[in-house]
Ligand binder design. Sequence first.
Ligand code: ATP
Ligand code: MG
Length: 200
Amino acid sequence: MSDVENARHKERAQRHKAVVDAKIAAAQEDKGLLLVLTGNGKGKSSSAFGMVARTLGYGRKAAVFQFIKGAENVGERAFFSRHPDVIWEKCGEGFTWETQDRERDIAAARAGWEQAKVALADPSISLIVLDELTYLVTYRYLELGEIMPAILARPAMQHVVITGRAAHDDLIEAADTVSAIRDVKHAFRAGVRAQEGIDR
Ligand code: ATP
Ligand code: MG
Protein backbone atom coordinates (compact mmCIF):
# COMPACT_ATOMS: atom_id res chain seq x y z
CA MET A 1 0.00 0.00 0.00
CA SER A 2 1.17 3.52 -0.74
CA ASP A 3 1.62 6.14 1.99
CA VAL A 4 -1.51 7.92 0.77
CA GLU A 5 -3.54 4.69 0.98
CA ASN A 6 -2.15 3.97 4.44
CA ALA A 7 -3.05 7.46 5.63
CA ARG A 8 -6.59 7.10 4.21
CA HIS A 9 -6.99 3.72 5.85
CA LYS A 10 -5.87 5.12 9.20
CA GLU A 11 -8.25 8.06 8.92
CA ARG A 12 -11.19 5.78 8.07
CA ALA A 13 -10.33 3.43 10.94
CA GLN A 14 -10.17 6.37 13.36
CA ARG A 15 -13.56 7.68 12.21
CA HIS A 16 -15.05 4.19 12.54
CA LYS A 17 -13.59 3.78 16.03
CA ALA A 18 -15.03 7.13 17.11
CA VAL A 19 -18.51 6.07 15.94
CA VAL A 20 -18.26 2.67 17.66
CA ASP A 21 -16.87 4.20 20.86
CA ALA A 22 -19.77 6.69 20.97
CA LYS A 23 -22.30 3.85 20.56
CA ILE A 24 -20.62 1.82 23.29
CA ALA A 25 -20.64 4.85 25.60
CA ALA A 26 -24.36 5.42 24.86
CA ALA A 27 -25.35 1.79 25.62
CA GLN A 28 -25.38 1.87 29.42
CA GLU A 29 -28.36 -0.30 30.26
CA ASP A 30 -28.18 -3.76 31.84
CA LYS A 31 -31.19 -6.03 31.56
CA GLY A 32 -32.19 -9.63 31.17
CA LEU A 33 -32.59 -10.24 27.46
CA LEU A 34 -34.92 -12.35 25.41
CA LEU A 35 -33.14 -13.80 22.40
CA VAL A 36 -34.70 -15.73 19.55
CA LEU A 37 -32.49 -17.83 17.28
CA THR A 38 -34.50 -18.99 14.32
CA GLY A 39 -34.23 -19.72 10.58
CA ASN A 40 -33.51 -22.87 8.60
CA GLY A 41 -29.72 -22.73 8.76
CA LYS A 42 -27.50 -24.71 11.13
CA GLY A 43 -26.27 -23.04 14.31
CA LYS A 44 -29.24 -22.16 16.52
CA SER A 45 -28.95 -24.64 19.39
CA SER A 46 -25.16 -24.68 19.33
CA SER A 47 -25.14 -20.89 19.64
CA ALA A 48 -27.51 -21.08 22.61
CA PHE A 49 -25.30 -23.67 24.28
CA GLY A 50 -22.31 -21.41 23.63
CA MET A 51 -24.05 -18.79 25.78
CA VAL A 52 -24.33 -21.42 28.52
CA ALA A 53 -20.52 -21.68 28.44
CA ARG A 54 -20.20 -17.90 28.58
CA THR A 55 -22.55 -17.71 31.54
CA LEU A 56 -20.68 -20.42 33.47
CA GLY A 57 -17.44 -18.58 32.76
CA TYR A 58 -18.69 -15.77 35.00
CA GLY A 59 -19.59 -18.21 37.78
CA ARG A 60 -23.32 -17.91 37.07
CA LYS A 61 -26.00 -20.56 36.71
CA ALA A 62 -27.75 -21.75 33.56
CA ALA A 63 -30.70 -24.02 32.79
CA VAL A 64 -31.44 -25.79 29.51
CA PHE A 65 -34.78 -27.33 28.56
CA GLN A 66 -34.79 -29.50 25.45
CA PHE A 67 -38.21 -29.92 23.97
CA ILE A 68 -37.62 -32.17 20.97
CA LYS A 69 -36.82 -35.84 21.18
CA GLY A 70 -33.87 -36.68 18.98
CA ALA A 71 -32.31 -33.26 19.51
CA GLU A 72 -31.41 -34.12 23.09
CA ASN A 73 -28.41 -36.36 22.48
CA VAL A 74 -25.98 -33.59 21.78
CA GLY A 75 -22.38 -33.38 22.98
CA GLU A 76 -23.17 -30.27 25.00
CA ARG A 77 -25.57 -32.23 27.19
CA ALA A 78 -22.89 -34.81 28.01
CA PHE A 79 -20.50 -32.00 28.82
CA PHE A 80 -22.66 -29.46 30.64
CA SER A 81 -25.05 -31.72 32.52
CA ARG A 82 -22.20 -32.77 34.81
CA HIS A 83 -21.55 -29.14 35.74
CA PRO A 84 -22.82 -28.15 39.21
CA ASP A 85 -24.15 -24.80 37.95
CA VAL A 86 -26.22 -26.28 35.12
CA ILE A 87 -29.73 -27.68 35.13
CA TRP A 88 -30.20 -29.72 31.96
CA GLU A 89 -33.63 -31.22 31.35
CA LYS A 90 -34.84 -33.43 28.57
CA CYS A 91 -38.47 -32.51 28.78
CA GLY A 92 -40.70 -35.40 29.71
CA GLU A 93 -40.44 -38.17 27.17
CA GLY A 94 -39.77 -35.50 24.59
CA PHE A 95 -41.74 -35.51 21.39
CA THR A 96 -41.15 -35.45 17.67
CA TRP A 97 -43.31 -34.36 14.80
CA GLU A 98 -43.11 -37.95 13.57
CA THR A 99 -45.02 -39.44 16.46
CA GLN A 100 -48.58 -40.63 16.05
CA ASP A 101 -49.51 -39.91 19.63
CA ARG A 102 -50.39 -36.25 19.84
CA GLU A 103 -51.91 -36.49 23.32
CA ARG A 104 -48.73 -38.01 24.75
CA ASP A 105 -46.63 -35.36 23.04
CA ILE A 106 -48.74 -32.56 24.39
CA ALA A 107 -48.43 -34.02 27.89
CA ALA A 108 -44.62 -34.23 27.52
CA ALA A 109 -44.40 -30.67 26.21
CA ARG A 110 -46.55 -29.38 29.04
CA ALA A 111 -44.56 -31.25 31.68
CA GLY A 112 -41.38 -29.72 30.27
CA TRP A 113 -42.92 -26.28 30.22
CA GLU A 114 -43.95 -26.62 33.88
CA GLN A 115 -40.30 -27.33 34.76
CA ALA A 116 -39.14 -24.39 32.67
CA LYS A 117 -41.60 -22.11 34.47
CA VAL A 118 -39.99 -22.95 37.81
CA ALA A 119 -36.61 -21.86 36.40
CA LEU A 120 -38.21 -18.71 34.95
CA ALA A 121 -39.19 -17.73 38.50
CA ASP A 122 -35.74 -18.37 39.97
CA PRO A 123 -33.50 -15.28 40.07
CA SER A 124 -30.43 -17.39 40.87
CA ILE A 125 -30.50 -18.72 37.28
CA SER A 126 -28.83 -16.23 34.94
CA LEU A 127 -29.56 -17.91 31.61
CA ILE A 128 -32.35 -20.18 30.44
CA VAL A 129 -32.26 -21.93 27.09
CA LEU A 130 -35.63 -23.11 25.77
CA ASP A 131 -34.31 -25.29 22.99
CA GLU A 132 -36.72 -25.95 20.10
CA LEU A 133 -39.52 -24.19 21.95
CA THR A 134 -40.88 -22.72 18.71
CA TYR A 135 -42.26 -26.13 17.71
CA LEU A 136 -44.51 -26.20 20.76
CA VAL A 137 -46.18 -23.11 19.35
CA THR A 138 -46.16 -24.28 15.72
CA TYR A 139 -47.84 -27.57 16.60
CA ARG A 140 -50.12 -25.84 19.09
CA TYR A 141 -48.97 -28.04 21.92
CA LEU A 142 -48.73 -24.89 23.98
CA GLU A 143 -50.24 -21.47 23.31
CA LEU A 144 -48.09 -18.36 23.21
CA GLY A 145 -50.63 -16.91 25.61
CA GLU A 146 -49.32 -19.39 28.16
CA ILE A 147 -45.66 -18.97 27.35
CA MET A 148 -45.27 -15.20 27.12
CA PRO A 149 -46.51 -14.21 30.60
CA ALA A 150 -43.96 -16.47 32.32
CA ILE A 151 -41.17 -15.13 30.11
CA LEU A 152 -42.16 -11.50 30.60
CA ALA A 153 -42.53 -11.88 34.38
CA ARG A 154 -39.08 -13.47 34.84
CA PRO A 155 -36.44 -11.90 37.13
CA ALA A 156 -35.14 -8.61 35.70
CA MET A 157 -31.59 -9.81 35.07
CA GLN A 158 -32.39 -13.27 33.73
CA HIS A 159 -31.61 -13.97 30.06
CA VAL A 160 -33.72 -16.34 27.97
CA VAL A 161 -32.74 -17.88 24.64
CA ILE A 162 -35.40 -19.54 22.51
CA THR A 163 -34.34 -21.63 19.53
CA GLY A 164 -36.21 -23.30 16.72
CA ARG A 165 -37.36 -22.76 13.17
CA ALA A 166 -40.32 -20.59 12.20
CA ALA A 167 -40.46 -18.45 15.33
CA HIS A 168 -43.89 -16.90 15.77
CA ASP A 169 -44.14 -13.16 14.95
CA ASP A 170 -45.25 -12.33 18.50
CA LEU A 171 -42.13 -14.01 19.87
CA ILE A 172 -39.94 -12.03 17.49
CA GLU A 173 -41.78 -8.86 18.45
CA ALA A 174 -41.24 -9.48 22.17
CA ALA A 175 -37.54 -10.40 21.81
CA ASP A 176 -34.64 -8.00 22.32
CA THR A 177 -32.26 -9.82 19.99
CA VAL A 178 -33.31 -11.96 17.04
CA SER A 179 -31.12 -13.82 14.58
CA ALA A 180 -32.51 -15.76 11.64
CA ILE A 181 -29.84 -18.15 10.44
CA ARG A 182 -30.04 -18.66 6.71
CA ASP A 183 -29.51 -22.09 5.21
CA VAL A 184 -26.93 -21.58 2.49
CA LYS A 185 -25.55 -25.14 2.36
CA HIS A 186 -25.63 -28.19 4.60
CA ALA A 187 -23.43 -31.27 4.28
CA PHE A 188 -26.44 -33.50 4.97
CA ARG A 189 -27.77 -32.75 1.52
CA ALA A 190 -24.50 -34.05 0.06
CA GLY A 191 -25.10 -37.34 1.88
CA VAL A 192 -23.01 -36.72 5.01
CA ARG A 193 -24.66 -37.96 8.19
CA ALA A 194 -24.66 -35.98 11.45
CA GLN A 195 -21.10 -35.68 12.74
CA GLU A 196 -20.30 -35.84 16.45
CA GLY A 197 -19.06 -32.51 17.73
CA ILE A 198 -20.53 -30.66 14.78
CA ASP A 199 -24.14 -31.68 14.34
CA ARG A 200 -24.76 -33.33 17.69
P1 ATP B 1 -27.19 -26.98 15.77
O1 ATP B 1 -27.74 -27.83 16.89
O2 ATP B 1 -26.15 -27.69 14.99
O3 ATP B 1 -26.83 -25.60 16.20
P2 ATP B 1 -29.74 -26.00 14.80
O4 ATP B 1 -30.20 -25.95 16.20
O5 ATP B 1 -29.58 -24.70 14.08
O6 ATP B 1 -28.39 -26.84 14.70
P3 ATP B 1 -31.96 -27.78 14.20
O7 ATP B 1 -33.02 -27.43 13.24
O8 ATP B 1 -32.28 -27.81 15.65
O9 ATP B 1 -30.70 -26.85 13.87
O10 ATP B 1 -31.40 -29.18 13.75
C1 ATP B 1 -30.41 -29.85 14.46
C2 ATP B 1 -29.69 -30.87 13.60
O11 ATP B 1 -30.08 -30.77 12.23
C3 ATP B 1 -28.18 -30.69 13.58
O12 ATP B 1 -27.63 -31.96 13.41
C4 ATP B 1 -27.93 -29.84 12.37
O13 ATP B 1 -26.64 -30.00 11.81
C5 ATP B 1 -29.00 -30.34 11.44
N1 ATP B 1 -29.42 -29.26 10.57
C6 ATP B 1 -29.63 -27.98 10.90
N2 ATP B 1 -30.00 -27.24 9.83
C7 ATP B 1 -30.02 -28.10 8.79
C8 ATP B 1 -30.29 -27.97 7.39
N3 ATP B 1 -30.61 -26.79 6.87
N4 ATP B 1 -30.21 -29.08 6.62
C9 ATP B 1 -29.88 -30.27 7.15
N5 ATP B 1 -29.61 -30.47 8.45
C10 ATP B 1 -29.67 -29.39 9.26
MG1 MG C 1 -31.65 -26.84 17.30
